[in-house]
Design a protein around this ligand. Sequence first.
Ligand code: PEP
Ligand code: MG
Length: 325
Amino acid sequence: AADRLQDLATVPAITSDGFEVQLEANISSLKELEHVLRNGASGVGLFRTELLYMDRTSLPTEEEQFTVYKEVAERMGGNPSIIRTLDIGGDKQLDYFALPEEENPFLGYRAIRICLEETGLFRTQLRAILRASAYGQVKIMYPMISSVEEIREANRILSEVKEELKDASVPFQSDIAVGIMIEVPAAAQIADVLAEEVDFFSIGTNDLVQYVLAVDRMNEKIAHLYEPYHPAVLRLLKFTVESAQRKGIPVGVCGEMAGDIKALPIWLGLGVQELSMSVQSLLKVKDKVLDSSKEECVRLTERLLKCGTSSEMRAVLDQFNSKIT
Ligand code: PEP
Ligand code: MG
């Protein structure tokens, strides 16, 4: 069975009725790149850069980051790599960088909120990413966006960094794609507005579910309330995907749900064309894509959208999934 799956590495992920999905990899270090290629990923859909900043005594320099991003870009060849700017705070701390003590770190000073204040840190990372963009198909992604203003401010800094590089004749891709994570409910609810501001969306279901349901994703006491198959989540997903489609920008998913074969019919049903997941999930998901009919998934998703409870949703989904496997 493992061999059979391995044979799928070079096969495109297309449903029985001709709908193609790009299956991409989530990585957080160079170590994983070998597996990304071996498992037939068509890109890096999420490079979590936090690890570059962790387990050290000081911030990584521009040169250190550039070396890593450049290697990702080069080894992915013509395939895209989405590099996410720093997403610390919440559960991720840096020993050498004192973040304030907070009552609610997940509702606090994290990710883009830090980068827009610590602009030196942000600029250094943007310079490194931009320089790497001269060596492959690199894209930039901002995490934890909750408003248009944050995107504009981040892009203002990005354009200043581009000017500096241009003045110094340092090569980079001047029209580099810039996207955002949709992982805060506010962002999902104004997805139509945000779609006017960026080149792509990537839905971060891990945080989106946590914030929509007000359930801390790290708290075991309430783990049973962390319910990805909740009508409120599905409605936001639908609106986000439709907003991107109406504007004609790509929308992917990069949270855990992207690699969950149980959730796959929902992504196909919504018309999501990019799923980014851990390398171990890639071939299993591809196997199921090949076995799926997009049209059936569309009908399933219409039924799911009429469900008022999670248990109804799960029953409908389980019944559907047991039929096709
Ligand atoms: C997410 O929130 O779904 C996501 C992909 O980001 P992270 O898990 O790194 O917060
Ligand atoms: Mg997240």
